[in-house]
Design a protein around this ligand. Sequence first.
Ligand code: GRF
Length: 199
Amino acid sequence: MARLRLGVLVSGNGTNLQAILDAARAGRIDADVGVVISNQPGAYALSRAESAGVKAVSLPHKGFASREAFDVALADELRRERVEWVVLAGFMRLLTPGFLAAFPQRVINIHPSLLPAFPGTHAIRDALAYGVRVTGCTVHLVDEGVDTGPILDQRAVRVEDGDSEQTLAERMHRAEHELYVDVLARLAQGRLRLPAAQG
Ligand code: GRF
């Protein structure tokens, strides 16, 4: 099979991006990251891309009049790099229907909870506050809702006595890195069961 061409969207630190870059380089994912794009100009993830020799693009959303205009520029940049699958790795923007139509059923996200529990931006804090003893992470296809798309795979993470948001987040990140690499490896090899396309 030909190697998959990925575009990774980021907004922050980029530890998931790093795990993907390392796995691709090591031959554990049959894919190449063609471009990394951040809506936050100072995101450390951009430096990670540059260090790996991957094109890093800063595309500040504040420079655009509307969400739609930003997403058009985003899709253009991804198409320019011949990206087939869009991988969200800590990308803190909702994508518009127009963007999703440009990459139908080909946008993937990772979320730090066992969806459908604890969607939204404070999933780890919310899980701790609720008192669950098991949480985890979810890789899913992105649809127009917030963390609602079809689930591709999940991994459980135990909440330990005395966990703080930080200690749980550290354990969560390790599980995320393993899960994301595993899902992308299976996707690249055609071994991932994808949900049937809607409509
Ligand atoms: C991860 O916890 C991911 O689940 C969430 O954003 C965080 C990104 O972390 N969507 P990093 O930038 O990959 O370190």
